[in-house]
Design a protein around this ligand. Structure first.
Ligand code: SF4
Length: 333
């Protein structure tokens, strides 16, 4: 969640590569492909520096890449976050949340089309569909815009949102704030930071109720994500496991639906053990350091299909659309 913000804070406070930490996205990336993890967390480091070597700068650019499916989710989350913040702070939004999402998607798309990433990949991330594939069809663009729009509408029309609005904002514990590198509300396992702050949480009676907005359908690792949020509630807010409730809220065409994941001492012990294991295997792999060949390629070529790093990776060596265009004197294959 919001790792770009964490990275930005790090960039502004230190140039030293940070130590190992755990987040669901980091763990997922590691298990999908060790080499991809290396590109994202090692080779891209310092790639924002114009004087860095070309390959490092390229890895940094690719590490900022997004895609329409991801962007739809990010835009919906950000609009819901701003909506809840406006209620909490008593400051009306200047735009309807659906328009906020639309503007955000348009801004990212325009930056990608104009190749803003050539100089400022963080401000203007490349979009996979333009970067590798050329021009995505209007159908594709419409499809993901609709995902964002329907998710926001489903949230705003839900009984859950009505209930949230009826609660006292002073009981709200988290509103998907970007993670802050100096945030004291971070806990550690085996000396490593664990980034697992929920999308939204509040204190209700003597319970901590945690919500996670989902713009896609249920996924196998939803449970570990929600349980890791419960770990956060126990470590940072002091709730006993039996006083924590976690709910995944799926927002889509058919409105909103919820799935609760039960929190117990055992479920928290299980997720803690899983995080410990992840950190252990990541630490072993980290011994490869900056030596690229020490990081294994994906075992399953299927993982490479949509990998953002396929331009830099020897397993694929994909030629992005702008280079194909140059090679073909203006014709994109
Ligand atoms: S292209 Fe394939 S092997 Fe290379 S980093 Fe991506 S997923 Fe891994």
């Amino acid at each position: 969640m919001m790792e770009w913000y964490v990275e930005w804070r790090r960039m502004s406070t230190e140039l030293q590569k940070p130590g190992l930490s755990w987040s669901r996205s980091r763990s997922t990336l590691f298990h999908a492909c060790n080499r991809q993890y290396f590109y994202k967390y090692h080779l891209s480091w310092n790639g924002w520096d114009y004087s860095a070597e070309e390959r490092r700068r390229l890895a940094y650019r690719l590490s900022k890449m997004t895609s329409f499916p991801l962007l739809a989710g990010i835009a919906a989350h950000e609009s819901i976050r701003q909506l809840l913040c406006s209620i909490r702070d008593g400051v009306p939004l200047k735009q309807h949340p659906v328009d906020l999402a639309k503007d955000m998607i348009r801004r990212v798309k325009d930056g990608a089309v104009s190749k803003g990433w050539l100089r400022r990949p963080k401000a203007h991330p490349p979009l996979e569909e333009y970067y590798y594939l050329g021009e995505p069809s209007l159908l594709v663009r419409e499809k993901y815009w609709k995902v964002a729009r329907t998710a926001i509408s489903a949230f705003m029309e839900s009984s859950l949102f009505r209930w949230i609005k009826s609660t006292d904002p002073s009981t709200w514990l988290a509103v998907d704030e970007p993670l802050n590198f100096d945030d004291p509300e971070v806990f550690e396992i085996d000396g490593c930071r664990v980034w697992s702050r929920p999308d939204f949480a509040l204190k209700w009676r003597d319970f901590c109720v945690i919500f996670d907005w989902k713009t896609g359908g249920p996924k196998p690792d939803d449970q570990i994500q929600l349980q890791s949020y419960a770990l956060h509630a126990r470590a940072c807010w002091g709730f006993e496991p039996r006083k924590i409730r976690t709910v995944a809220v799926y927002l889509g065409e058919h409105g909103s639906s919820r799935h609760a994941f039960k929190v117990t001492e055992e479920s928290l012990a299980a997720v803690e053990s899983r995080i410990r294991h992840d950190l252990h295997v990541m630490r072993l792999a980290e011994a490869g350091g900056d030596v690229e060949s020490q990081w294994s390629l994906a075992h399953d070529a299927h993982s490479c299909t949509n990998c953002f790093f396929r331009e830099v990776c020897p397993a694929v060596m994909a030629i992005p659309a702008h280079l194909r265009m140059e090679n073909n004197h203006g014709t994109v294959n």
